[in-house]
Structure formats: C-alpha cells, structure tokens
Design a protein around this ligand. Structure first.
Ligand SMILES: [Zn+2]
Length: 289
C-alpha cells in the first residue's frame, strides 16, 4: 500500500511541477517542452526523478540545466503520500486520499511561495475547505477530543482556525502602528494559510504550529541574513579570491523579503505527522501540559 501511494505521489508531484510552472501563465493541457530550446519532451524525459538523474539535470536536446526543483518536488510528494499510507491509525481509503490531497496542496503552496512570495488564493482556499471539512469528519480529530460529538469538542475545533490566524493577523496589522503599510511584516496569504492549519491541527497544536514556524524561520533566516551581508561578502572576496568562492558568497544574496509560508508548511506537516503517528508533538518539544 505504501509503495502504491509513493508511486502515486511521484506522479502527482510531477503534475505539481507543471501546475507551479504554468499557474496563471498558460493552460495546463499541452505537452511539456524544454524551457531553453522549446523542443517537446518525450515520455522518457518525463519519468519522475529517474529522467532527471539519468540526464544528470540537463536537457537531452540542448544540454541546458533543468531545475532540481522537479525531482525534489516529486520525491517530497512521493515520500509524503507513502507516509500517509503508513499511518498506524485505521484511516480508511477516503481519508487517506483527502490527507494526500492536502499534502499535495501544501507542497505546491510551499514551492510557489518560495519562488514568488505569494500564495495563490485558489490553492489556499481549497486547503482551508478540506481542513474545515475534516474538522467535522476526521477520525484523527475524534481521537484527540475528550468527548467527541459534544459542543465542547466542536466549538474549539471550529475556533482553532481563527485562533491560529490571530497572531499573524496582529503582526499584519501592527506594521501600521509604525507608519508602515499593512502587511509590511506579514503577508495576508500567510493569515489565510494559518486558518487551515488551525482547523487541521486543532486549537493547541494549531497555535503551537505557528510558534514552531517562527522558530524554524529564525533558525533558517539568521544565517541567510548574515551570509548576504556586505561584510560577509567583503570577507569572502578578501580571503578567498577564487571565482568559485566568490560565486558561493553571492548565491546567498537575499531577496528583500523571506516568504513565511514555507516555514508555516514545514511546521504544519511536522506536527501533523507526529500526531498521525500517535506521538504527542507538545511532549516531544518539551511543552507537555
Ligand atoms: Zn532544451
């Protein structure tokens, strides 16, 4: 079952690559072609992961580089789908499919936000709708509630979305207090994403997921900011005057904003899997109540 889900994930990942590349640009139908030479790709150039490895990341016709995004997205989607199939809870096939659909959406949002620092509305609202639907039917939610079916369970579960979105909304709005435009410190897309994360994980884990996203963000961003500083660049140029190391330093040059969506998604998927595998995320991170 896990192998079947993994292979299915590879194919879905391959489709996600096309979706990310063509979203808002052109239609999803039509054959894939090389971005550099425009020649149509054959079926054997489109095998998930394998084609990229055999071609060593280059186009068969013109030899130009093919982004490592393609095999990475395929591998990540395959691994996530296989992990859903391996969940010890007896989920049932429909839930497994729903969970895989959510994983696929999160992978697509992750990559798109990383590239363009924007989250497509259609994707995030589909994710939110699925997460809200699961509040009502998920066996996972029921196992975490004290008395499922009671108002004491439904109300916190429904409020979990707005609750998780609230801290990000406060940050989004508070830049106005400093005379900056709304959203200078936090994108509105991140607030929408947090809504679904709250519904998916429940009130406690939802809020914890937002907190963990900030921690992951800090751990990853601080080195990025350091390595993109002028001082670091001068240091590298002075002490390692080779073309290779100079290129290394420049590669860390940062865009003006680091998107927050990928951190939210990393955190959400980690916590979601921990609870799916019956591991208490709060206890693992030393925060058990
Ligand atoms: Zn080519």
């Amino acid at each position: 079952m896990a192998i079947a889900f993994g292979l299915f994930g590879l194919m879905v990942g391959s489709f996600l690559n096309v979706l990310i590349l063509r979203w808002g640009e052109r239609s999803l139908s039509g054959r894939s072609a090389c971005m550099a030479c425009g020649k149509q790709l054959r079926w054997y150039d489109l095998m998930p992961i394998l084609s990229w490895v055999f071609l060593r990341g280059r186009c068969r016709m013109c030899g130009s580089r093919i982004s490592i995004q393609y095999p990475l997205v395929e591998a990540a989607t395959g691994a996530l789908f296989a992990s859903v199939a391996l969940v010890p809870l007896p989920l049932g096939f429909l839930y497994q499919l729903a969970f895989c659909a959510i994983m696929a959406l999160l992978v697509a949002i992750f990559v798109y936000d990383l590239y363009y620092a924007i989250i497509p509305d259609a994707w995030v609202w589909t994710f939110n709708a699925l997460a809200l639907l699961l509040v009502f039917v998920s066996p996972l939610q029921a196992t975490h509630s004290i008395d499922s079916g009671q108002a004491s369970f439904w109300l916190p579960a429904l409020l979990a979305g707005p609750l998780a979105a609230l801290p990000l909304f406060v940050i989004w709005a508070s830049s106005a207090l400093r005379g900056l435009p709304f959203g200078a410190w936090m994108g509105f897309g991140d607030i929408k994403l947090a809504l679904g994360i709250g519904w998916l994980l429940g009130p406690a884990l939802g809020l914890f997921s937002i907190l963990l996203a900030f921690v992951i963000g800090a751990v990853i961003s601080v080195p990025l900011v350091l390595f993109s500083s002028d001082r670091w660049r001068r240091f590298v140029e002075e002490f390692t005057p080779t073309a290779v190391s100079r290129r290394l330093a420049w590669q860390f040059t940062m865009k003006s904003e680091i998107p927050f969506g990928p951190f939210l998604i990393l955190s959400c998927i980690t916590i979601w899997f921990l609870s799916m595998y019956n591991l208490d995320p709060l206890r693992i991170f030393g925060l058990s109540l």
